[in-house]
Design a protein around this ligand. Structure first.
Ligand SMILES: Nc1ncnc2c1ncn2[C@@H]1O[C@H](COP(=O)(O)OP(=O)(O)OP(=O)(O)O)[C@@H](O)[C@H]1O
Ligand SMILES: [Mg+2]
Length: 508
């Protein structure tokens, strides 16, 4: 198919889930050779749409044409055979297999097929050539489970390219990547595009959409709002199409007086990971942690909250030294830790929204040993409304929510505890622009009510927009501290790369 012709056409596609009309008559055209952006609020139907294309869900109604063929009764295997490859929000590699094995999974090369003898040498050579072609330096013999998220994603892309995919769909590929890894990804997208592959790129990061896409489609409430050439759409316009209104202030920072010392950390150390971490968080203040992925920010939070052991260090909560040996100790001390990895640490996917949001704060809802289900439900409903949670009800099973809405449940869970120190690790990852503002408003609310808030953010704008002070980390050490007025993209970046004179940047 020639560049510019329509490779994929959806007409009148409808998909219902119990209580939810996830797609409501979607008409979409994707041109061959384009990088086509797909965006929209949490729960707008983006993932559902691509799961239909990948054969994971079947539509209730509507037609799909791909590469001149009318598709019906799709299955994941059929989709693969047709050249549609999908890289999901949750990656799908098999962790104990090596990179080569994953790339060739389901398409192994044999020396002798009847005897099941694999041609390992040839697979190895082909995989190496493929990686070289895409300018990736990765050892193809590593187990993919040992690779970082960024590299795992690269392996998924290699797999797609190797299967001669005509269309590669990526569902929020950059949400868990560092800036550096994201740059690698964009380079590879440009490379596969140059080979004539079409890409559908889903993202909440509109600056990325603007930068790498040729056209963009906005979905709202399961309907296609508009498809535009990227040159005719500014970021602000895309936001307006997404949320149906203008967002005037992306960072609604409210300033408060600094209050008392809430969390003070001195000389925190973990061999090989953290070195001499000292800082203080005050009530009335949002303290930001900036740095590159892997700088030790999450590790610091994990060490403080008892998720990882410590080798040295003193932790004081409201002036009192505490010993934290397990996450329970830190919850009891009034520290809430909202983890970045909702799947493995945050949520029980087969349980309801209200169950998940009340598990940490359960003692608050217990009377004479009985759970006060009504009170739980009421609180959860209020929280759900505040966070604009998109779910049929608070009894909905969390696993059925869209990615961003699951993230909101993690937030709700911790807000419902009696904590006075909140550590948010990448709280707005995967959350749409409108809901982000709600999360920031909730942080303001917490601060107003006498809490100390710490946010770990990879997006520098977020740190600069919301934090009163910013601590920058590099390779397990604190390299700088800036007040909001001192902080600039440039000096944060320098400190994050370790290029800074610590004494000068952080007066005692
Ligand atoms: N398996 C399922 N069962 C029930 N409802 C579902 C299921 N999958 C998705 N939904 C619902 O369909 C709607 C669309 O969800 P979808 O995951 O497509 O949103 P999304 O646009 O990808 O959002 P996000 O940006 O948060 O990832 C949501 O209301 C969601 O709760
Ligand atoms: Mg999604």
């Amino acid at each position: 198919m020639n560049t510019g012709e329509v490779l994929l056409r959806l007409s009148g596609v409808i998909k219902r889930f119990p209580g939810v009309l996830a797609l409501d008559g979607v008409q979409l055209e994707v041109k061959a050779g384009d990088v086509h952006g797909l965006t929209g609020e949490n729960g707008a139907g983006k993932s559902t749409l691509i799961k239909i294309l990948a054969g994971a869900y079947s539509p209730d109604q509507g037609e799909i044409e791909f590469d001149g063929l009318r598709l019906s009764h799709m299955t994941p295997i059929k989709a693969m055979g047709l050249g549609i490859a999908c890289i999901y929000q949750e990656l799908n590699l098999i962790p104990h297999l090596t990179v080569v094995e994953n790339i060739f999974l389901g398409r192994e090369l044999y020396l002798s097929r009847p005897f099941g003898i694999l041609d390992r040498g040839k697979m190895l050579a082909e995989a190496e050539a493929l990686l070289k072609d895409l300018q990736l330096s990765l050892d193809v013999k590593t187990r993919t489970g040992d690779l970082g998220i960024g590299h795992q994603q690269m392996v998924e892309i290699c797999k797609a390219v190797h299967s001669n995919a005509k269309l590669i769909i990526m569902d929020e590929p950059t949400s868990s990547l560092s800036e550096h890894e994201a740059e690698d990804l964009f380079r590879i997208i440009a490379q596969v595009k140059a080979k004539g592959v079409t890409v559908i790129f889903i993202s909440h990061r509109l600056d990325e959409v603007k930068r790498i896409c040729d056209r963009v489609t906005v979905l709202r409430d399961g309907r296609l709002v508009e498809t535009r050439d990227i040159k005719d759409a500014s970021v602000d316009e895309i936001i307006r199409l997404m949320v149906g209104r203008e967002i005037v202030n992306k960072y609604p920072k409210m300033r408060r007086e600094r209050g008392q010392e809430a969390l003070s950390v001195k000389g925190l150390a973990r061999r090989g990971v953290l070195h001499d971490i000292s800082f203080t968080a005050y009530t009335g203040e949002i303290l930001g942690f900036a740095g590159l992925v892997g700088a030790g920010r999450t590790e610091t939070a994990r060490a403080i909250t008892g998720a990882d052991p410590l080798d040295a260090g003193i932790i004081k909560v409201f002036g009192k030294e505490i010993r934290i040996k397990s996450p329970r100790d830190s919850i009891d001390a009034g520290i809430a830790f909202l983890t970045e990895d909702r799947k493995s640490q945050g949520l029980i996917l087969i349980k309801s929204v209200s169950f998940n949001s009340s598990i940490v704060g359960l003692e608050r809802y217990t009377k004479f040993g009985f759970l006060q289900l009504k009170a739980i439900r009421k609180m959860t409903e209020k929280m759900a409304a505040d966070l604009q949670l998109r779910a049929p009800s608070v009894e909905t099973v969390v696993g059925q929510l869209s990615g961003g809405n699951q993230q909101k449940v993690v937030i709700a869970k911790w807000l419902l505890t009696k904590a006075r120190i909140f550590i948010f690790d990448e709280p707005t990852r995967g959350i749409d622009v409108g809901a982000k503002v709600e999360v920031y408003n909730l942080m303001n609310e917490l601060v107003k009510n006498g809490a100390a808030v710490i946010i770990i953010c990879s997006e520098m704008d977020e740190a600069m927009g919301m934090a009163d002070r910013i601590i920058v980390m590099h390779e397990g050490r604190i390299t700088a501290e800036f007040s909001q007025s001192e902080a600039t993209q440039e000096n944060i970046l320098y400190a994050a790369s370790g290029i800074v004179d610590k004494a000068a940047a952080r007066p005692a």
